[in-house]
Design a protein around this ligand. Structure first.
Ligand SMILES: [Zn+2]
Length: 148
């Protein structure tokens, strides 16, 4: 399967060390945002390594990445042959459920893979748009959550 294909992984593997690292970030008083590199199997994801990217955050803003660092990190990871496909961010003192701002961002991005770290652990989200029934141009956001 080509690395650019978008599909729902049937299984997601995460190492003990990476799980500890991401859970630890989720307990901090500061919102973290970054990229997780992935080895893509036939129908599975093996999560590899976390690369922190700075962000601004707040109750209204929720999360605003440092875009220049995000692009630099993506370029670097592409250069060394890693696939930075999964975005990670933390929810301070709350769980892994999506905030309104998360859903707004998902609608804007149209599709992607996220991990959210919260006080109840880690959740993997897979999201995409599909046409609404009986309409041509209306799209609806579909999100699926996989507990990690
Ligand atoms: Zn969020």
């Amino acid at each position: 399967m080509a690395k650019t294909d978008f599909f729902k992984p049937n299984k997601i593997y995460i190492s003990h060390a990476l799980r500890e690292q991401l859970c630890d970030l989720a307990t901090q008083d500061k919102t973290h945002f970054g990229l997780v590199t992935v080895n893509i199997g036939e129908s599975s994801f093996e999560l590899n390594e976390y690369f922190d990217v700075g962000c601004r955050s707040g109750p209204v803003l929720h999360l605003y990445p440092d875009f220049s660092k995000l692009h630099r990190t993506k370029r670097y990871l592409e250069m060394i042959g890693k696939a930075p496909m999964v975005e990670f961010h933390t929810h301070i003192k709350s769980d892994t459920e999506l905030h309104i701002k998360d859903i707004e961002k998902m609608k804007m991005l149209r599709r992607g893979y996220w991990i959210i770290g919260g006080n109840n652990g880690l959740a993997f989200y897979f999201f995409y748009h599909k046409p609404k029934q009986n309409t041509k141009n209306m799209m609806t956001l579909v999100t699926e959550k996989i507990e990690l």
